[in-house]
Design a protein around this ligand. Structure first.
Ligand code: ADP
Ligand code: MG
Length: 541
């Protein structure tokens, strides 16, 4: 990758030395640049090819600071991979785009793009102009989407079975696949709990909060209809369980104010010291009393970078008054908390009044592993939110479980957006291949060539799936193609049994949107790589 990158960057310099006009006369240069771009981008696609599918390998990524990540997710691998060549970076962006659009299929999209680039190279070698290829590919992609829509099966959000199957398929290819029977239904429940109505086609996944807690196993993960706070309660000797809670979410500090920057208060004798302490006590007590007066018995305090969110003296008073305090709530969590609790965060003491308090049936501190968390349940909700308490025996598994659940959530979100599923295991790609080939026969000229090349490129998914599963790829793909040609629409690669069977019986289903967006986005990226005929290094001024 690096070697080809160097050639690309050296090209302009060598040309410039030949004098101004030479750049435009050099016909070979755009070809070289295009070739080096294709090689670089393809190298990225090849790097993650082995991760595709349930039998795909995982990658261990080591970061500069020594952190290690183990993952199977294409977007995560590429995000952390150090990529130098500008064209290779386009593939990283491609998988990011797929991650945003569909959330799954991030490996597939790059593998497809790699294969399309290969096809481009062959077409270019035959002397077909890049613009012709680019336009033909766009038409072929449109046709492919039509074909996929044709073979898809509409579903309803009440078809829980289909939703769980789709979520489980996406989890099957993850490091944590053995837990797919727990995480699959959990993802479905999460999304169905936060979706406003069954007609709605948008899901805001920010309403699903995943709290990771080290210890236990992934199977111990639970879905909680309420809030889990990672911070434990603050006050020693205070209550750790409150029923019929009145909760205030505050953003101001309960600690002695600090002087302005650069200012100093100098205390010279003991009476002055005494006065300062007395003042502080009165100041804190006043705040605590006002909070108590509003009827609050659970206090959530936002983290402050300026001073202590809550002082020890204040904690002492709160403990005495039986108010449960959780401090250091992250700023990013405030939105989720206020949405779930149905209140606004309170920014000043004057606004701590009864109307601004949230109510919950139970707030309690519970031990989790070696640590503690605070759980708030029984909230009368205005907005729909849900929390998942994710457990895992080590950080690597825990992080991957989090990412995998996120993928499964995205799969269900896709189904809410576009309610159709298609079978997996290479079925969509082989169907696109066969029908595009049929269509190509009706075309003439360059278009026919390009459509055929596009159709052939699609076979990369079943080919890679069988390769990764240890099957003979050529044999498997040939058999798959034959069976589809004979009208067996659901024949797919059964990676577990190592043969071709009816894949729908195996419950391998995936959202239509994942496949269509993979083809559209991959084609778009390939087209833009094709149209680049020079790489110019900016001076950096
Ligand atoms: P991506 O990041 O692209 O989602 P995955 O590693 O999740 O990559 O692999 C997805 C591919 O694996 C899809 O083509 C899907 O059809 C296929 N697949 C998933 N589960 C199975 C299965 N049980 N049998 C066969 N193919 C499967
Ligand atoms: Mg996947």
């Amino acid at each position: 990758m690096t070697a080809s990158g160097d050639t690309a960057r050296k090209m302009p310099t060598s040309n410039r030395t030949q004098g101004g006009g030479a750049v435009f006369k050099d016909k070979e240069k755009p070809e070289h640049v295009r070739d080096s771009n294709i090689v670089a981008a393809k190298a990225v696609a090849d790097a993650i090819r082995t991760s595709l599918g349930p039998r795909g390998m995982d990658k261990m990524i080591q970061q500069g600071n020594g952190d290690v990540t183990i993952t199977n997710d294409g977007a995560t691998i590429l995000k952390q991979m150090q990529v130098l060549h500008p064209a290779a970076k386009m593939l990283v962006e491609l998988s990011k785009a797929q991650d945003i659009e569909a959330g799954d299929g991030t490996t597939s999209v790059c593998v497809i793009a790699g294969s399309l680039l290969d096809a481009c190279r062959k077409l270019l070698n035959r002397g077909i102009h890049p613009t012709t290829i680019s336009e033909s590919f766009q038409r072929a992609a449109h046709k492919a989407i039509e074909i996929l829509e044709g073979i898809s099966k509409p579903i309803d959000l009440n078809d829980r079975e289909y939703l769980v199957k789709s979520a489980s398929t996406s989890l099957n290819s993850k490091v944590v696949s053995q837990y797919s029977s727990l995480l699959g239904p959990m993802a479905v429940d999460c999304v169905l709990k936060v979706v406003d109505s069954l007609e709605d086609d948008q899901v805001d996944l920010r309403n699903v909060k995943i709290v990771k807690k080290l210890g236990g196993v992934v199977e111990d993960s639970t879905l909680i209809d309420g809030i889990v706070l990672d911070q434990k309660t603050k006050n020693v000797g205070g209550p750790s369980k409150i029923e019929k809670a009145k909760i205030a979410l505050i953003q101001f500090c309960i600690s002695p104010p600090k002087t302005d920057m650069e200012n100093q208060v100098i205390i010279s004798d003991y009476t002055q010291m005494d006065r300062v302490l007395k003042e502080e006590r009165a100041y804190i007590l006043n705040i605590v009393k006002q909070i108590k007066k509003a009827g609050c018995n659970v206090l959530l305090i936002q983290k402050s970078i300026l001073r202590d969110a809550v002082s020890d003296l204040a904690l002492h008073f709160f403990a005495k008054m039986k108010i449960l305090v959780v401090s250091d709530i992250e700023r990013d969590d405030i939105e989720f908390l206020s949405k779930t609790l149905g209140t606004r965060p309170i920014a000043s003491l004057d606004h701590v009044i009864q109307e601004h308090l949230a109510t919950a049936d139970l707030v309690e501190e519970i031990p989790v592993g070696t640590d503690k968390i605070v759980k708030i349940t029984g909230i009368e909700k205005k907005f729909k939110t849900v929390t998942v308490l994710m457990r895992g025996s080590n950080k690597l598994v825990l992080d991957e479980a989090d990412r995998s659940l996120h993928d499964a959530l995205c799969v269900i979100r896709c189904l809410v957006k576009k309610r159709a599923v298609i079978a997996g295991g290479g079925v969509p790609e082989i169907e696109v291949h066969l029908r595009l080939m049929e269509h190509a026969q009706k075309l003439s000229g360059m278009d026919a060539y390009c459509f055929q090349a596009f159709a052939d490129a699609m076979e990369v998914i079943p080919y890679t799936l069988s390769e990764n599963a240890g099957l003979n790829p050529i044999e498997t793909v040939t058999e798959l193609r034959n069976r589809h040609a004979n009208g067996e629409l659901n024949a797919g690669i059964n990676v577990r049994k190592g043969c071709i069977t009816n894949i729908e019986d195996e419950s391998v289903l995936q959202p239509l949107l994942v496949s269509t967006s993979a083809i559209t986005l991959a084609t778009e990226t390939v087209r833009s790589i094709l149209k680049i005929d020079d790489i110019i290094t900016a001076t950096g001024h």
